[in-house]
Design a protein around this ligand. Structure first.
Ligand code: NCD
Ligand code: ZN
Length: 361
């Protein structure tokens, strides 16, 4: 039996679109199916201030397919030296939507990250005052901590004291990856929300490591157990306003993914909304997909949901294995590449089509 569902156009609240040729190649996949995206600032060098963010936003706009009404929402990369005034100016001028905290060396391009969150206390104070959201890559980098416990230990050692110290600071635990993470978001809501990726919903660590090492399933935070996956599925499909969509789509050149020390990050934008639909359909919760994908996120940021819509239908297609990239990077592997994808975006509808006389542009 074929199934279909029409939802408001989703937003992606956690996206790496990179820069240069990779940006040009990757961005259209997101722009087709998402109205807005929170653009991660972990470029090399990172997006550290208002000037960097304006310039990066312009490069993104220039890379958009013709006629696209996609809107990038920029973030500021937090370092030990971030100036609270710069953050406030960027927020008030509507350049920055949020600040992103990477613990130094926790993931791809995080060497400039925060070495001790106490060093950013003044920035948090200011953000709390102006109502700005803090996005957190929540993993402990203490080498004594097992990689599968990084999220849990970060919650205990860093996030719990941070939320206590700044009870009015709005915080998002990015790419929640464990049952402990899910439970903590629930406990600390509404101060804390969580984004969930399509791959943490579909995969467990046996998929990643059990049948030959799959480098394209390697990401931070790493894929965890089946029990963790189940908790994430339950959270995402519950319709609970504490959880919303963030793909963490993160393309890397094939050579970097397949190197002896492989890069963390999966490029899932080409199959993202389709993969979420698969999870929701499997649970019999398709009616909750719009909340997770299109309503809960805007609500957190005080934004209106998108007016445009997309329709997803059960129509099988095969995901391409790779994306061509101009220049020396050449290509990026696509998550679920070569697999049969059960769901397809079969229609996209604009709420409003601009004309010469509509007067709204
Ligand atoms: C991301 C990247 O490649 O930029 N990688 C990842 O494994 N998720 C960074 C991040 O979000 O951790
Ligand atoms: Zn990310």
């Amino acid at each position: 039996m074929t199934q279909s569902i029409t939802i408001r156009k989703p937003d992606d609240w956690h996206l790496h679109v990179r820069d240069g040729a990779m940006l040009k190649a990757a961005l259209p996949f997101t722009a087709h199916n998402f109205g807005r995206a929170i653009i991660m600032p972990n470029l090399l060098p990172p997006v550290l201030n208002v000037k960097d963010a304006i310039a990066y936003r312009e490069r993104i706009m220039a890379a958009l397919p013709e006629g696209s009404n996609f809107k990038p929402l920029m973030t500021c990369y937090l370092t030990d030296d971030t100036d609270p005034n710069e953050v406030e100016i960027g927020f008030k001028d509507k350049v920055f939507t949020a600040v992103k905290l990477y613990p130094a060396n926790a993931t791809t391009n995080s060497t400039y990250g925060v070495t001790d969150i106490r060093k950013a206390w003044k920035v948090f104070e200011r953000m709390e005052k102006i109502g700005m959201t803090l996005l957190i890559h929540g993993e402990e980098v203490d080498p004594e901590v097992d990689i599968f416990d990084r999220e849990a230990v970060f919650i205990e050692r860093r996030l719990t004291p941070l939320l206590k110290a700044f009870p009015k600071l709005k915080v998002v635990l990015e790419h929640v990856s464990s049952r402990i993470g899910v439970d903590f978001v629930r406990e600390m809501s509404p101060q804390l929300g969580g984004t969930i990726t399509p791959y943490h919903l579909l995969l467990n660590r046996t998929d990643w490591l059990g049948w030959g090492l799959k480098p394209y399933m390697y990401c931070m935070p790493v894929i965890k157990t089946e029990d963790d996956r189940k908790a994430l599925v339950e959270a995402a499909t519950s319709g609970d306003g504490k959880f919303w969509l963030g793909t963490d789509s993160a393309p890397h050149a094939v050579a970097k993914k397949l190197a002896v020390t492989g890069a963390a990050g999966l490029f899932n934008a080409p199959v993202a909304i389709e993969s979420y639909a698969k999870t929701f359909a499997k649970e019999g919760k398709l009616d909750k997909l719009e909340m997770f994908a299109s309503l809960n996120g805007p609500k957190h940021y005080g934004l209106e949901p998108n007016e445009d819509t997309i329709t997803l239908g059960t129509e099988e297609w095969t995901a391409p294995e790779e994306m061509k990239v101009d220049g020396p990077e050449e290509k990026a592997l696509i998550y679920r590449g070569g697999e049969k994808i059960e769901w397809k975006v079969v229609a996209r509808k604009l709420a409003h089509v601009h004309t010469a006389t509509c007067g709204c542009k």
